[in-house]
Unconditional design. Structure first.
Length: 134
């Protein structure tokens, strides 16, 4: 079914229906995309000299994220979010995403990693940017 040129797309109705079919977080994300919010992610493998292969068996990457299409007021508020964890159903961690130390947020609502002593999952966006490692 295609919409005619006279019909307009109702973002609010679409988001409400999406919440019924999926969940509120999915609906909010889709609604933000429809409103023009964009997230650009760049992942770059670290050069051999920065891999620290004497200490780690895995491969390290730099991750940078740029958020655009949101109001300056939102960006000035340094929005906070939780870094996801990536574990197999039986427990082992598949890989780890971590933020740069300057972006960690230790607050009343701090959430620690599943593995004790592994740091905070709370982080923030500053000036529309986030950075970390994988």
């Amino acid at each position: 079914m295609t919409a005619s040129a006279d019909e307009s797309f109702d973002n609010a109705a679409f988001a409400a229906r999406m919440a019924e079919l999926a969940d509120d977080r999915t609906a909010e994300s889709v609604s933000a995309i429809l409103d023009g919010v964009r997230i650009s992610v760049t992942i770059s493998k670290l050069p051999p000299a920065r891999q620290r292969s004497e200490r780690f068996l895995d491969v390290a990457y730099d991750v940078s994220v740029k958020v655009s299409g949101v109001s300056p007021a939102v960006l000035e508020s340094s929005p906070e979010f939780l870094i996801p964890e990536f574990f197999k159903p039986d427990g082992p961690e598949l890989y780890r995403l971590d933020c740069d130390a300057a972006l960690r947020v230790d607050s009343e609502y701090a959430v620690a990693r599943k593995q004790p002593g592994r740091g905070l999952l709370n982080t923030k966006i500053v000036d529309g940017r986030w950075s970390g490692g994988l």
